[in-house]
Design a binder for this molecule. Sequence first.
Ligand code: 6A9
Length: 770
Amino acid sequence: GCGLYARWGPAARLVAPHASPRALPPGSTGPVAAPARFWGSYRPQVYFGMKTRSPRSPVAGLMWLQQLEGDVRLRHTCEQSDGLPRYGWLLHDGTHFGVQEIQDLGFSLQTEVVKRPGGQHGGDWSWRVTVRPERTGPTPPFISLLFYVATDGQGRLQPLIEEKSRLASLRGQTEELGNFTVTFKPPTTETGTPLYARYNHLQAMAEGLHRLTDVVKSSLRPRFSYAPPGLPKRHYFGVDVYQGQAGDRELRSQLLIHQVTVAVPCRVEVAFESGSVPDRPDRLLAETLTQELDKHVVAFEQRFEETFGLSRKGFSEQEQHFARALLSNMLGGMGYFHGHSLVQSPYTEAPQPYPAGSLFTAVPSRSFFPRGFLWDEGFHQLLLARWDPALSREVLAHWFDLMNVEGWIPREQILGDEALAKVPPEFVVQHSQAGNPPTFFLVLQQLLRQGAVEQGYLRRIYPRLQSWYGWYNHTQAGPLPYTFRWRGRDQDTQLFLNPKTLTSGLDDYPRASHPSEDERHLDLRCWMAVASAVMAEVATRVGEAENDYTHMAEWLADNELLQRHHWSEALNTFADYGNHTQGVALERERLRPPPPGQPSPIPRLVRVVRKSPRLQFVGGALGYVSLFPLLLQLLRPDSQQLGSLLADMKNKQKLWTPFGLRSLSRSSPFYLKHNTEHDPPYWRGAVWINMNYLAVRALHHYSQVEGPYREEASKLYHELRTNVIGNVLQQYLDSGYVWEQYNDSTGRGQGCYPFTGWSALVVLMMAEEY
Ligand code: 6A9
């Protein structure tokens, strides 16, 4: 009856968690079972911060202030608008230590962290921040460093103030950390000589962690003076009093700030000490801290060489330095998020809160996209699985535990206040029919090849894998057996040159001009071929020799069927199929003159259709999608179509550039075209590194197997690999960053930065690990 429907109807199922046991056994990621990973730099959205892998973790962080004449510049969360010449982790092993360099204007900060195991709560850690003058701008005579600790809805902090205004240390207590202390050492030179400094501190309650910057900003007063012996007295801004906004909002964060104002250069150390560490021979500070850091650096470099062999392969010091920074940024960009998505289905009128969950994941970009993205994460883990397979297994398990009873995993994970604060409202809601390429199958395939998955793990994730696969297979089915279609294309077709397909990950890549149920999407079909093959292997491993996945994998690997559904003789390439016309353009709309006295409306750019669409292969769209059967290695080595795709690839009028393969053929009518007035081209020409990684990997594959195109594949493999590595490195040297994508005419980095996600795959290309 009605009650049953309410419990099991589609609206309820949307927010019902998957019923099988969790992929992560309860407690398995906590301080007792996994102490080494408990604390980490898991707040990638701030320049320097730490938290634990727990839902309401206290956090530690750094802000700094440039004291300008009558004004201040506050740095805290990673913002492109800060215009820093560069920042990022130079070394980070994901577990024990990290070394980051942040270039600001006129000075740099080296931020280092080291952990030391002990006790039952994840052990101790120490920070060292070293400020040095740089020629990136006029060096300020002095700056302020603000170290903070804040709670998030649980726990207590108690300040210990010395000399009236210096927060020398604090004592704290939280659910999972028990008792701890944090000590702020006075600043010194790099060799340990004490320096003149002024101190301020603040104790405040805030609405949440996302409000910390505002609390600090609104508490700053320019009424303090800095007067080192023999130098003129200067006023500076210090944290003073914070008049919290009165109101009925819950104040869930207790915040303690230690501000030290000191000359450049200088060094400050901070020690977090767990109350449960029984005996501490020496504190993790000064000389001891230096020794620990040195030890970890040596171990890192050795492990890096063992894993990727770049020195062995003859890469220069500079190239190795770059590759180490890429891996380190991927690891230093790991976040731990907790909260719930907002989700919506066709059966719900308003967005619903999804069950709260935790996510341990890397992020594409610390400044712009500091949160989990499903298909990005598969690419991230292709790299990290080589470095630390256990970490990748945990990341995948976290993602699988976010699945609902339908087998759906929301594509973009915006969990918790800090993550939400970075997303414009129109992008928050996740739709129940929206997929995203299931790249985790590539990671599983990789882990299986490495022999890095035990039976127990496979058994735990298997029920969830079955549902996940089933979700794609059912909800994204195409019009014919063994064909697939991305749901959720743009509806308001008249406003777009070509309605977007955000779910495919390729956003504005041109598809059928008129979205319809007749569409067959080539890329999704190829992803499903990989998914089926991996599922068949996993099923066999867990003892289900007879399974439907094997059957699906065989059909989807069938080159004749692939040709029948997706090869167009007329276009001489693989393509999507759908209701399509190439006769579309954006034009300024012609408006009637307004009634007298009324203002004239501004005409928009709208789409005009000059030629009626009809069911056909989608022409004018040669690019990454056309290459998918090659990219995912579905083509038999002797397939003529392979030869044809290789020819398109190396054709400079089409896909080849000196910087990698461009996303869309130069000869496509959509090449570098705006999609609307305000939507510049995105996947319409630029060079994207994830796809180039797949291309390099596939060319390597076809250069290893016997066949008529072996030599050609080998030649292209070497050229493409050299081009992509060379350009990403060049951009890093020129601009200080790796980027979201690269310009196909100049190679210049573009889109947002730093964007480590998928540019870091260059490390695997260097190592030739595919
Ligand atoms: C926008 C505005 C600060 C787009 O890397 C993440 C994704 C990829 O998965 C996808 O393939 N990016 C690519 O086409 C970025 C998507 C960002 C959407 C949210 C919010 C940011 O405000």
